[in-house]
Design a protein. Sequence first.
Lengths: 285, 153
Amino acid sequence: MRATVVLAFLALTATPSAALDDPLLRAKELYEAAAYEEALATLSSVVGVTPADRVHVEQYRAFSLFALGRLEDAERAITSLVAADPVYVPSAHMASPKVLTFFSDVRERQLPVIVRRLIDEGRGAFGRKDASRARNHFQMALTLLADPAMARRAEAEDMKVVAAAFLDLTGVVATPPPAPSTGTAAPVHAIKESVFVPAQPIRQAIPTWEPPSRAYANDEFNGAVRVTIGADGKVKTAVIERATHPAYDVRLLQAARSWMYKPATRDGKPVESDKVIAVRLQPTQ
Amino acid sequence: MEGASAAAAPAPAPIAAGLVSVVTPFPLQIYVRGRLVGTSEIETLMLPLGGHELELANDTIGYRARRSVFVQAGRRATVQIEPPTSTLHVNATPWAEVWVDDERVGETPLGNLQVPVGSRDLVFRHPELGERRARVLVTLKEPARISVDMRKP
């Protein structure tokens, strides 16, 4: 009985396909093979995924549902994807025009909801004196408001004004100007006159993209890493702002922590600042 | 008597059989009472006069049906088979416009297409990657699937 168990185990582990170990990769293969129901079943079994994987899970779920004509379910999957990464858009190289149009329509409906939530949460963080969190929310809101899908909307301009105004305030909160000798609060016009110069890269090498398997060699990934640069120009923290492939994100974070900058300045004094660096991983085949 | 006997010799018995044609877009085996009597690829079957129930089968595509036919002397009975439809899923990497038997069915991914059973000819077209052709056997047993990698020659 023991020998039987061991042999069965060896048979399983000897299977060459990496997809058996990676349900996301397996689901992708099933989708590409037009096995849409099977792809959906496999995606349902994916648990404990990273935010980056969540995007791909929802993407292949949406594509499979779209193929089967289950458009309401497909819309729900895209909504989840957009919530996980509102900046993500499938590459024009990986989906047909009708799929991209469907995706864009759903995303365009979701973006205003997300931007409003970002602004509300940013204001909440600002109220709690959590300037860093508030700044992240307002910067993301402004990023989304610059997206062509949002720029067309009537309410975008108002939201942009609000987000930009709060972002200015978070900068002041993060690096308050010296208090005047009289002890009174700084007048509002003093805030507006402060001069902020963003950090400039001295060393910012982006790792090369080497797909972990051929299955990813034809995919394009668009991601971004956010670095917090100290007043000394060193990177204090690095976080994935927009995920690419998990294997690459790890290397990107490792590299980002060694980058060096000429620090940002406010009124000529070095200050801590954030910077978002976008990366685009193009197909290698 | 011999002469009279010779004159009374019976005429040859009339052929008590008639002709049957089975017109079908996919090959069928034809049975009568469980006995194989021919296939649809033979243009004409000869069956005894009278009523018959034909059992038509193609195990490859999972098709089985019965048709009644009445065979008359000097006439050809025709049995016309309309092919049932079944499900076809189609995909292409990265994507393609698809035609099934010269009819455009849309852009991939395509699922739950209802097409007649049998061999179907597909054309995949991508604006930059060109055209690929493929054939798929659609059966009643299970949904058929076909996918093409447009990046490969």
